[in-house]
Design a protein around this ligand. Structure first.
Ligand code: PLP
Length: 317
Protein backbone atom coordinates (compact mmCIF):
# COMPACT_ATOMS: atom_id res chain seq x y z
CA UNK A 1 0.00 0.00 0.00
CA UNK A 2 3.00 2.31 0.30
CA UNK A 3 3.94 4.35 -2.72
CA UNK A 4 7.48 4.00 -4.17
CA UNK A 5 9.93 5.29 -1.57
CA UNK A 6 13.00 3.98 0.15
CA UNK A 7 11.56 2.74 3.43
CA UNK A 8 15.03 2.01 4.82
CA UNK A 9 16.07 5.61 4.41
CA UNK A 10 12.92 7.02 5.98
CA UNK A 11 12.92 8.42 9.50
CA UNK A 12 11.16 6.62 12.32
CA UNK A 13 10.73 7.25 16.02
CA UNK A 14 12.00 4.35 18.12
CA UNK A 15 12.55 4.21 21.87
CA UNK A 16 12.78 7.91 22.42
CA UNK A 17 14.76 9.08 19.39
CA UNK A 18 14.47 9.65 15.65
CA UNK A 19 16.57 7.36 13.49
CA UNK A 20 16.58 5.63 10.09
CA UNK A 21 14.11 2.75 9.62
CA UNK A 22 16.96 0.29 9.00
CA UNK A 23 18.70 1.32 12.23
CA UNK A 24 15.68 0.49 14.38
CA UNK A 25 15.92 -3.26 14.75
CA UNK A 26 14.14 -5.96 16.75
CA UNK A 27 15.64 -9.35 17.54
CA UNK A 28 14.26 -12.72 16.45
CA UNK A 29 13.25 -13.70 19.97
CA UNK A 30 11.37 -10.48 20.68
CA UNK A 31 8.39 -11.31 22.87
CA UNK A 32 6.00 -9.22 20.76
CA UNK A 33 7.01 -11.12 17.62
CA UNK A 34 6.90 -14.60 19.19
CA UNK A 35 3.70 -14.17 21.21
CA UNK A 36 1.83 -11.30 19.53
CA UNK A 37 2.08 -9.20 22.70
CA UNK A 38 1.93 -5.77 21.16
CA UNK A 39 -0.63 -3.09 20.35
CA UNK A 40 -0.71 -0.68 17.48
CA UNK A 41 -2.63 2.11 15.84
CA UNK A 42 -3.27 3.14 12.27
CA UNK A 43 -3.53 6.89 11.74
CA UNK A 44 -4.12 8.66 8.46
CA UNK A 45 -2.84 11.98 7.23
CA UNK A 46 -4.28 13.76 4.21
CA UNK A 47 -2.31 16.12 2.06
CA UNK A 48 -4.13 19.27 0.97
CA UNK A 49 -2.70 20.64 -2.25
CA UNK A 50 -4.77 23.79 -1.84
CA UNK A 51 -3.21 24.76 1.48
CA UNK A 52 0.10 22.83 1.18
CA UNK A 53 -0.74 21.23 4.48
CA UNK A 54 -0.70 17.67 5.80
CA UNK A 55 -3.58 17.04 8.21
CA UNK A 56 -3.26 14.15 10.68
CA UNK A 57 -6.68 12.83 11.63
CA UNK A 58 -7.86 12.20 15.19
CA UNK A 59 -4.40 11.83 16.69
CA UNK A 60 -5.64 12.26 20.23
CA UNK A 61 -8.37 9.62 19.83
CA UNK A 62 -5.89 7.13 18.36
CA UNK A 63 -3.31 7.66 21.10
CA UNK A 64 -5.97 7.40 23.79
CA UNK A 65 -7.08 4.07 22.30
CA UNK A 66 -3.45 2.91 22.14
CA UNK A 67 -3.04 3.80 25.80
CA UNK A 68 -6.13 1.73 26.68
CA UNK A 69 -4.94 -1.20 24.52
CA UNK A 70 -1.49 -1.09 26.14
CA UNK A 71 -3.03 -1.06 29.62
CA UNK A 72 -4.86 -4.29 28.84
CA UNK A 73 -1.47 -5.87 28.03
CA UNK A 74 0.12 -4.38 31.18
CA UNK A 75 2.16 -1.77 29.31
CA UNK A 76 2.38 1.99 29.62
CA UNK A 77 3.08 4.44 26.83
CA UNK A 78 6.38 6.24 27.46
CA UNK A 79 4.98 9.71 26.65
CA UNK A 80 1.94 11.82 27.45
CA UNK A 81 -0.66 12.11 24.70
CA UNK A 82 0.46 15.68 23.94
CA UNK A 83 4.06 14.51 23.56
CA UNK A 84 2.99 11.60 21.34
CA UNK A 85 1.14 14.05 19.13
CA UNK A 86 4.19 16.28 18.96
CA UNK A 87 6.47 13.34 18.12
CA UNK A 88 4.12 12.26 15.33
CA UNK A 89 3.98 15.73 13.84
CA UNK A 90 7.77 15.99 13.97
CA UNK A 91 8.14 12.55 12.41
CA UNK A 92 5.99 13.54 9.43
CA UNK A 93 7.82 16.85 9.09
CA UNK A 94 11.23 15.13 9.19
CA UNK A 95 10.06 12.82 6.39
CA UNK A 96 8.96 15.92 4.47
CA UNK A 97 5.73 14.23 3.39
CA UNK A 98 3.72 16.10 0.80
CA UNK A 99 1.26 13.27 0.16
CA UNK A 100 -1.34 11.22 2.00
CA UNK A 101 0.30 9.22 4.78
CA UNK A 102 -0.34 6.30 7.09
CA UNK A 103 1.18 6.44 10.58
CA UNK A 104 1.74 3.23 12.54
CA UNK A 105 2.60 3.67 16.25
CA UNK A 106 3.23 0.42 18.10
CA UNK A 107 4.11 -0.65 21.60
CA UNK A 108 5.25 -4.19 22.17
CA UNK A 109 6.89 -6.45 24.71
CA UNK A 110 10.51 -5.98 23.80
CA UNK A 111 12.33 -8.61 25.87
CA UNK A 112 14.24 -11.29 23.99
CA UNK A 113 13.54 -14.29 26.13
CA UNK A 114 11.26 -17.29 26.18
CA UNK A 115 8.18 -17.46 28.40
CA UNK A 116 4.57 -16.57 27.78
CA UNK A 117 3.37 -13.88 30.14
CA UNK A 118 2.43 -10.23 30.32
CA UNK A 119 4.14 -9.30 33.57
CA UNK A 120 7.79 -8.28 33.95
CA UNK A 121 8.48 -7.71 30.25
CA UNK A 122 9.67 -4.21 29.28
CA UNK A 123 7.81 -2.37 26.52
CA UNK A 124 9.33 -0.84 23.39
CA UNK A 125 7.62 1.93 21.50
CA UNK A 126 7.99 3.06 17.90
CA UNK A 127 6.22 5.14 15.27
CA UNK A 128 6.61 4.50 11.55
CA UNK A 129 5.06 6.71 8.87
CA UNK A 130 4.57 5.83 5.22
CA UNK A 131 3.14 7.43 2.11
CA UNK A 132 -0.26 5.83 1.65
CA UNK A 133 -2.42 4.90 -1.30
CA UNK A 134 -5.91 3.42 -0.88
CA UNK A 135 -6.55 0.22 1.09
CA UNK A 136 -9.82 -1.03 -0.35
CA UNK A 137 -10.74 -0.18 -3.94
CA UNK A 138 -13.80 1.97 -3.32
CA UNK A 139 -14.53 2.72 -6.99
CA UNK A 140 -16.71 -0.35 -7.62
CA UNK A 141 -17.96 -1.05 -4.11
CA UNK A 142 -16.80 -3.84 -1.86
CA UNK A 143 -17.96 -7.41 -2.54
CA UNK A 144 -18.22 -8.83 0.95
CA UNK A 145 -19.06 -12.23 2.39
CA UNK A 146 -19.97 -13.39 5.85
CA UNK A 147 -16.95 -15.26 7.16
CA UNK A 148 -17.04 -18.69 8.76
CA UNK A 149 -14.47 -17.27 11.19
CA UNK A 150 -16.16 -15.69 14.20
CA UNK A 151 -14.85 -12.44 15.67
CA UNK A 152 -12.71 -13.13 18.74
CA UNK A 153 -14.83 -12.87 21.85
CA UNK A 154 -13.98 -10.53 24.72
CA UNK A 155 -13.64 -13.62 26.92
CA UNK A 156 -10.82 -14.85 24.63
CA UNK A 157 -8.83 -11.72 23.71
CA UNK A 158 -10.46 -8.30 24.24
CA UNK A 159 -11.25 -7.06 20.72
CA UNK A 160 -11.64 -3.45 21.85
CA UNK A 161 -7.86 -3.46 22.20
CA UNK A 162 -5.85 -3.26 18.98
CA UNK A 163 -3.59 -6.18 19.87
CA UNK A 164 -1.13 -7.44 17.25
CA UNK A 165 -1.75 -11.15 17.98
CA UNK A 166 -5.49 -10.66 17.59
CA UNK A 167 -5.02 -9.80 13.93
CA UNK A 168 -4.63 -13.50 13.14
CA UNK A 169 -8.41 -13.55 13.53
CA UNK A 170 -8.80 -10.80 10.92
CA UNK A 171 -6.17 -12.30 8.60
CA UNK A 172 -7.91 -15.71 8.55
CA UNK A 173 -11.21 -14.07 7.63
CA UNK A 174 -9.71 -11.72 5.06
CA UNK A 175 -7.65 -14.34 3.22
CA UNK A 176 -10.53 -16.81 3.06
CA UNK A 177 -12.76 -14.07 1.65
CA UNK A 178 -10.21 -13.13 -1.01
CA UNK A 179 -9.56 -16.81 -1.88
CA UNK A 180 -13.32 -17.21 -2.42
CA UNK A 181 -13.36 -14.23 -4.82
CA UNK A 182 -14.64 -11.52 -2.44
CA UNK A 183 -12.91 -8.30 -1.38
CA UNK A 184 -13.68 -8.34 2.31
CA UNK A 185 -15.07 -10.46 5.13
CA UNK A 186 -17.79 -9.63 7.62
CA UNK A 187 -17.30 -11.45 10.89
CA UNK A 188 -20.12 -12.46 13.23
CA UNK A 189 -19.79 -12.57 16.98
CA UNK A 190 -20.07 -15.89 18.81
CA UNK A 191 -23.81 -15.52 19.24
CA UNK A 192 -24.23 -14.99 15.48
CA UNK A 193 -24.74 -11.22 15.35
CA UNK A 194 -22.87 -8.93 12.99
CA UNK A 195 -19.59 -7.71 14.45
CA UNK A 196 -17.33 -6.04 11.88
CA UNK A 197 -15.05 -6.41 8.88
CA UNK A 198 -11.47 -7.69 9.08
CA UNK A 199 -10.17 -4.15 9.67
CA UNK A 200 -13.30 -2.00 9.47
CA UNK A 201 -16.48 -1.28 11.36
CA UNK A 202 -19.75 -1.78 9.54
CA UNK A 203 -22.85 0.38 9.10
CA UNK A 204 -26.21 -0.72 7.73
CA UNK A 205 -28.79 1.76 6.42
CA UNK A 206 -32.41 0.72 6.85
CA UNK A 207 -35.33 3.06 6.15
CA UNK A 208 -33.14 6.15 6.31
CA UNK A 209 -31.47 5.33 9.63
CA UNK A 210 -27.88 4.26 10.29
CA UNK A 211 -27.43 1.12 12.35
CA UNK A 212 -24.09 -0.14 13.62
CA UNK A 213 -23.16 -2.91 16.06
CA UNK A 214 -22.81 -1.54 19.59
CA UNK A 215 -19.62 -1.88 21.61
CA UNK A 216 -20.75 -5.16 23.21
CA UNK A 217 -20.57 -6.91 19.80
CA UNK A 218 -16.81 -7.55 20.04
CA UNK A 219 -15.94 -4.65 17.77
CA UNK A 220 -12.91 -2.43 17.80
CA UNK A 221 -14.42 0.91 18.75
CA UNK A 222 -13.29 2.69 15.60
CA UNK A 223 -12.28 6.33 15.42
CA UNK A 224 -13.85 6.55 11.95
CA UNK A 225 -16.99 4.88 13.30
CA UNK A 226 -17.28 7.60 15.94
CA UNK A 227 -16.62 10.33 13.37
CA UNK A 228 -19.26 8.90 11.02
CA UNK A 229 -21.85 8.76 13.79
CA UNK A 230 -21.11 12.43 14.54
CA UNK A 231 -21.41 13.40 10.88
CA UNK A 232 -24.61 11.36 10.52
CA UNK A 233 -26.25 13.08 13.49
CA UNK A 234 -25.09 16.50 12.26
CA UNK A 235 -26.73 15.73 8.91
CA UNK A 236 -29.97 14.89 10.72
CA UNK A 237 -29.69 11.16 10.06
CA UNK A 238 -30.74 8.84 12.89
CA UNK A 239 -27.94 6.67 14.32
CA UNK A 240 -28.64 3.52 16.32
CA UNK A 241 -26.01 1.33 18.00
CA UNK A 242 -27.46 -2.15 18.54
CA UNK A 243 -27.00 -5.83 17.81
CA UNK A 244 -27.67 -6.60 14.14
CA UNK A 245 -28.80 -9.95 12.76
CA UNK A 246 -27.08 -11.48 9.72
CA UNK A 247 -30.32 -11.38 7.74
CA UNK A 248 -30.46 -7.60 8.13
CA UNK A 249 -27.34 -7.36 6.01
CA UNK A 250 -29.26 -8.86 3.11
CA UNK A 251 -32.31 -6.68 3.75
CA UNK A 252 -30.32 -3.45 4.03
CA UNK A 253 -30.81 -0.50 1.69
CA UNK A 254 -27.14 0.45 2.02
CA UNK A 255 -24.11 -1.00 3.78
CA UNK A 256 -20.69 0.55 4.23
CA UNK A 257 -17.43 -0.10 6.04
CA UNK A 258 -15.51 2.53 7.99
CA UNK A 259 -11.87 2.50 9.00
CA UNK A 260 -8.78 4.62 9.06
CA UNK A 261 -7.20 2.70 6.20
CA UNK A 262 -10.41 1.98 4.27
CA UNK A 263 -12.08 5.37 4.81
CA UNK A 264 -15.78 5.01 3.99
CA UNK A 265 -16.17 2.13 1.57
CA UNK A 266 -19.63 1.18 0.31
CA UNK A 267 -20.52 -2.48 0.04
CA UNK A 268 -22.02 -3.50 -3.32
CA UNK A 269 -22.84 -7.10 -2.46
CA UNK A 270 -22.89 -9.50 0.48
CA UNK A 271 -22.76 -13.25 -0.10
CA UNK A 272 -23.59 -12.56 -3.76
CA UNK A 273 -26.76 -10.61 -2.89
CA UNK A 274 -26.67 -7.11 -4.32
CA UNK A 275 -26.98 -4.33 -1.74
CA UNK A 276 -29.55 -1.79 -3.01
CA UNK A 277 -28.87 -1.42 -6.72
CA UNK A 278 -25.16 -2.18 -6.23
CA UNK A 279 -24.04 1.42 -6.41
CA UNK A 280 -23.27 3.84 -3.60
CA UNK A 281 -26.49 4.78 -1.79
CA UNK A 282 -27.65 8.34 -1.04
CA UNK A 283 -26.97 8.26 2.69
CA UNK A 284 -23.54 6.68 2.31
CA UNK A 285 -22.76 9.24 -0.34
CA UNK A 286 -23.77 12.22 1.82
CA UNK A 287 -21.76 10.97 4.77
CA UNK A 288 -18.72 10.09 2.65
CA UNK A 289 -18.70 13.53 1.01
CA UNK A 290 -18.87 15.37 4.33
CA UNK A 291 -16.25 13.07 5.86
CA UNK A 292 -13.94 13.59 2.89
CA UNK A 293 -14.26 17.36 3.23
CA UNK A 294 -13.66 17.13 6.99
CA UNK A 295 -10.43 15.13 6.80
CA UNK A 296 -8.96 17.39 4.16
CA UNK A 297 -9.58 20.51 6.26
CA UNK A 298 -12.50 21.83 4.22
CA UNK A 299 -15.21 21.62 6.92
CA UNK A 300 -14.72 24.20 9.65
CA UNK A 301 -17.05 22.26 11.92
CA UNK A 302 -14.64 19.33 12.17
CA UNK A 303 -11.25 21.09 12.23
CA UNK A 304 -10.75 19.93 15.82
CA UNK A 305 -10.23 16.40 14.39
CA UNK A 306 -7.12 17.57 12.55
CA UNK A 307 -3.54 18.30 13.52
CA UNK A 308 -1.64 20.23 10.83
CA UNK A 309 1.95 19.04 10.38
CA UNK A 310 3.43 22.14 8.86
CA UNK A 311 1.16 24.78 10.39
CA UNK A 312 2.28 27.29 7.82
CA UNK A 313 5.98 26.58 8.48
CA UNK A 314 8.35 24.23 6.72
CA UNK A 315 10.78 22.37 8.98
CA UNK A 316 14.36 22.08 7.76
CA UNK A 317 16.12 19.00 9.09
C1 PLP B 1 -10.62 -4.85 13.53
C2 PLP B 1 -10.83 -3.43 13.19
N1 PLP B 1 -12.07 -2.91 13.28
C3 PLP B 1 -12.32 -1.63 12.99
C4 PLP B 1 -11.32 -0.78 12.56
C5 PLP B 1 -11.62 0.65 12.26
O1 PLP B 1 -11.11 1.47 13.28
P1 PLP B 1 -10.61 2.96 12.97
O2 PLP B 1 -11.74 3.67 12.35
O3 PLP B 1 -10.22 3.51 14.28
O4 PLP B 1 -9.45 2.83 12.04
C6 PLP B 1 -10.02 -1.28 12.43
C7 PLP B 1 -8.92 -0.41 12.00
O5 PLP B 1 -8.14 0.03 12.77
C8 PLP B 1 -9.76 -2.63 12.76
O6 PLP B 1 -8.54 -3.14 12.66
Amino acid sequence: MAAERDLNASTVYANGAFCRYDEAKVGLLTHGLQYGTGCFEGIRGYWSQETSELFLVQLREHYERLRASAKILLMELPLSTDDLIEATVELCARNRFECNVYVRPCIFKGAEDVGVRLHDVPAHFAIVALPHASYLDTSHGVRACVSSWRRADDTTVPPRAKITGLYVNSALAKSDAVAAGYDEAIMLSHDGHVSEGSAENIFVVRRGTLHTPDSSQNILEGCTRRAVMEVGRDLGIGVVERSIARGELYAADEVFFTGTAAGIAYVSSIDSRTVGDGSIGPITSRIAQTYERAITGREQKYVSWLTPVYGGRRVTV
